[in-house]
Design a protein around this ligand. Structure first.
Ligand SMILES: Nc1ncnc2c1ncn2[C@@H]1O[C@H](COP(=O)(O)OP(=O)(O)OP(=O)(O)O)[C@@H](O)[C@H]1O
Ligand SMILES: [Mg+2]
Length: 417
């Protein structure tokens, strides 16, 4: 049996696959992969759970596989959350520094965060899932990452606050509970994915991670080490598969396998007249199409997804700060030539990434589809380490009216420095 105490189990509730990864942090930023399990996800659409029963079944199946491979029992998981009901934004507020010395204390920092939370309007059908401090100002001095110990009369703080639909959260909680495991924490998918594919220096430089999955595309922008913007687009690889199924007049299953095998939109070096066989389906005989036909079906949808990404980047107002460019991950980033199209549309440098910093059975999760699951392990490993090393700076929100809304605040930015 493996040492259960040291291993972390990630549960990625994806729209196409449920993925369970068991990993053990062995040193800073390095995870030893010891188990993996996957199952087809039939109860999740565009990142939202639409069928609890089938999702529970799929979770159990993926967990059993992972348990077998890791030789350990899974009792606790860290899980991702995403979907159309996620809302994210930056919020500011200000407090007076009242002690006699006019020195910023932990209490002042806590007060400014409480003030931000108390003025942040969260609709009654939403619940806050993350509060990440972005930066502070002390009097006229701006862009301060750590205000503790600074002198002034006025402390301003800004936080990135993420909320999610209460129903989505309840459905997720129920699925995890019914699968018979304890939920340690839930993390926005894009935050998790970025843990797996970004380095600390890329976060400093200004980089956007775009995780293109099956049902959703998760976006997060890091600037100066912290989250500056995040967003969720309800499109992904499933839309491409559906288009192929309609365009090629074939089943979803055949369209999916053709997409995975021939999904390349980069025309350079490709023979557009190359013939591709569409297997027979029910009463329809097999047929042959040219590669060019596939491109004319796949490319417009990929373009549409990337145009949505561009819209979000423009909306963030941060495009000109992205010296680190764009990192594409998630299963749909495997489409050949997507990075060239992304460069053209986003007008930024683009590269693809899969989970990094792994040892052990790493080849089992060495695909962009595992960015979220591996990132969940890294996220927990890092926050646990952080809490142990910096117990005084773990923020908690106790204000009565916000009770149950924000339970944990992680000073992400400081953690990244
Ligand atoms: N080689 C490939 N070429 C093109 N697309 C691929 C390839 N391999 C996987 N995909 C697509 O990637 C998607 C699955 O990616 P991923 O596992 O990241 O999504 P997910 O986490 O299940 O879903 P989501 O994050 O959207 O809820 C599917 O749409 C699949 O068709
Ligand atoms: Mg995913």
């Amino acid at each position: 049996m493996q040492d259960e105490l040291n291993s972390i189990v990630a549960l990625d509730l994806g729209s196409s696959l449920i993925k369970v990864v068991v990993g053990r942090p062995i040193k800073e930023n390095v995870i030893e992969i010891i188990g993996k399990g996957t199952s087809i996800s039939t109860g999740i659409k565009n990142g939202a759970i639409i069928n609890i029963e089938t999702t529970v079944k799929s979770i159990r199946e993926a967990i059993s596989q992972a348990e077998l491979m890791a030789g350990t029992n899974v009792s606790e998981v860290i899980v991702n959350i995403s979907g159309k009901t996620v809302r994210a934004g930056n919020h500011k507020n200000v407090v007076a520094i009242t002690n006699r010395e006019r020195v910023v204390t932990e209490e002042d920092i806590q007060r400014v965060i409480d003030a931000i939370l108390s003025t942040t309007v969260v609709p009654s059908d939403q619940e806050i899932i993350h509060v990440l401090s972005k930066e502070f100002s002390v009097d006229d001095q701006e862009n301060i990452k750590e205000p503790l110990g600074m002198t002034g009369v006025r402390l301003e703080g800004e936080a990135h606050i993420v909320s999610c639909g209460i129903t989505s959260i309840h459905n997720l909680d129920k699925c995890v509970e019914n699968a018979g495991v304890l939920q340690i924490d839930k993390v926005l998918s894009s935050f998790a994915s970025s843990e797996a594919v970004l380095t600390a220096s890329e976060k400093d430089l200004g980089t956007v991670v775009v995780d293109i999955g099956a049902g959703i595309t998760d976006i997060v922008i890091f600037i100066e080490g912290g989250v500056a913007y995040s967003s969720v687009i309800p499109f992904g690889g499933n839309n491409i598969t559906n288009d192929l199924s309609i365009g090629l007049k074939t089943s979803i299953e055949i369209a999916e396998s053709i997409k995975k095998k021939y999904g390349n939109i980069h025309r350079v070096g490709m023979d557009p007249t190359e013939k591709i066989e569409i297997p027979a389906v029910s009463n329809r005989p097999s047929r042959v199409v040219h590669r060019e036909t596939l491109i004319t079906i796949i490319e417009p949808r990929v373009r549409e997804i990337l145009e949505h990404v561009n819209y979000e980047l423009e909306k963030s107002g941060k495009k000109s700060f992205l010296a680190g460019g764009v990192i594409l991950t998630g299963g749909s980033s495997l489409i050949g030539g997507i990075e060239n199209l992304a460069e053209e549309i986003l007008e930024l440098s683009v590269s693809k990434a899969k989970p990094a910093g792994l040892t052990g059975l790493y080849e089992h999760v060495s695909s962009p589809e595992f960015a979220t699951a591996v990132g969940l392990i890294k996220y927990l490993a890092r926050s646990t380490e952080y809490e142990v090393n910096n117990p005084q700076t773990k923020w908690t929100v106790n204000s009565d009216e916000k009770k149950g809304i924000a339970k944990k605040i992680w000073r992400w930015m400081e953690n990244n420095l």
